[in-house]
Design a protein around this ligand. Structure first.
Ligand SMILES: *Cc1c(COP(=O)(O)O)cnc(C)c1O
Length: 350
């Protein structure tokens, strides 16, 4: 059994840095429901500026941000167009139906590309029998298992179609900063194509809690009330906001390193006999190797790597996911590559 620990299941496993814990100790402690926590407001305004949006709202999780956005835009009985593999559609416990009483209208998104013809076909602006489209939800980086970046050209096209049909566009940008550092642009270059957006503080940015939802002042005002309805209003929330401010100041640019390590990991894994990685898929910090070796399944690989202190996530019978984050070093990457090689090379001796 190895004493080494390399946890690649998700970037949500990241622990707050000592500087974040220090920021928590130093934070203001006002009542945020009364609008009296200056650190929360500082984070919200800082995030809004970064996103090029009028205002922003701190919420407890990415799921809550997504659901508040849908709740704010969509009326009961309306439809939401979203990606078939999106988080909202797959991993939020059907909240779209429970919370907003809305109907999802999933579309295929191939390699992070939203097909315009399909969106046009699925939008309904007023037919007695069909449900009206209330919102288009995009996910960037797209796909739970791949982390692909939506191109600006695609975003512009989607916005245009949505605008023509008077349908708002929302972006679940849980890992948007992994995309921003990769394409070397400002976040506002991306967010200008959407009406509202959320990002997670808890993934690559390494905070213990929180997501930020941003949009127009009017949208955020309503979103704030919807947050309250869900029981998401918080009191001394400076303890969540303070690490968030640290993250926005110090944790964004370094995401390039995670993307670089993910690229190295994927290229090296792909050279191992019995493993295949679609290198075009690896655009940010997510690597999803396939086991091409006969007789090998994810469960077996996970068990063998587990004995070596390496944790990865199963996403298919013969596919696992590895997400690189700031607690994964170059040395860890080398260790994982050699462990996978060793394990697969052992054949029946396992
Ligand atoms: C993690 C994630 C969320 C949800 O965030 P939680 O804070 O875990 O609720 C939403 N969307 C995407 C794409 C995510 O990766």
């Amino acid at each position: 059994m190895s004493h080494r620990k390399v946890d690649l299941r998700s970037d949500t496993v990241t622990l707050p840095k000592p500087e974040m814990m220090e920021a928590i100790l130093q934070t203001s402690l006002g009542d945020d429901i009364l609008g009296e926590d200056s650190t929360v407001r500082e984070l919200e305004l800082k995030a809004a500026k970064l996103l090029g949006m009028e205002d922003a709202l701190l919420v407890i999780s990415g799921t809550m941000a997504n659901q508040i956005a849908i709740m704010t835009y969509v009326q009961r009985g309306q439809e939401v167009i979203l990606g078939k593999d999106s988080h909202i559609y797959n991993l939020e416990g059907g909240a779209i139906a429970v919370v907003s009483q809305a109907q999802p209208r999933p579309i295929e998104v191939i390699d992070g590309y939203y097909n315009l013809d399909e969106i046009k076909k699925e939008i309904n602006t007023g037919d007695l029998q069909r449900a009206k489209t209330g919102l288009i939800c995009l996910e960037n980086t797209y796909n739970l298992n791949k982390g692909q970046i939506i191109s600006l050209e695609n975003l512009e096209q989607i916005k245009e179609v949505a605008y023509q049909n008077d349908v708002p566009v929302y972006m679940d940008g849980a890992r948007i900063f992994n995309a921003v550092v990769e394409v070397d642009m400002e976040l506002s270059d991306i967010s200008k194509y959407v009406d509202a957006i959320q990002f997670c503080l808890t993934k690559g940015l390494g905070c213990p809690l929180g997501s930020v939802l941003a949009g127009t002042s009017e949208f955020i005002k309503e979103a704030r009330q919807n947050r309250q309805r869900l029981g998401g209003g918080m009191r001394q929330a400076g303890i969540i906001a303070a690490p968030g401010i640290y993250a926005l100041d110090h944790m964004i640019n370094r995401l390039k390193e995670d993307n670089r390590r993910a690229a190295k990991l994927s290229k090296s894994l792909d050279t191992i006999d019995g493993i295949e990685v679609n290198l075009d898929d690896v655009q940010t910090n997510i690597v999803s190797p396939n086991l091409s070796k006969e007789g090998w399944y994810s469960d077996k690989l996970i068990e063998c790597l587990g004995l070596r202190g390496i944790k990865v996530k199963k996403i298919g019978e013969k596919q696992v996911r590895m997400i690189v984050h700031y607690q994964i070093s170059d040395d860890d990457v080398d260790y994982v590559i050699s462990a996978v090689g060793e394990v697969l090379g052992m054949g029946d001796r396992i």
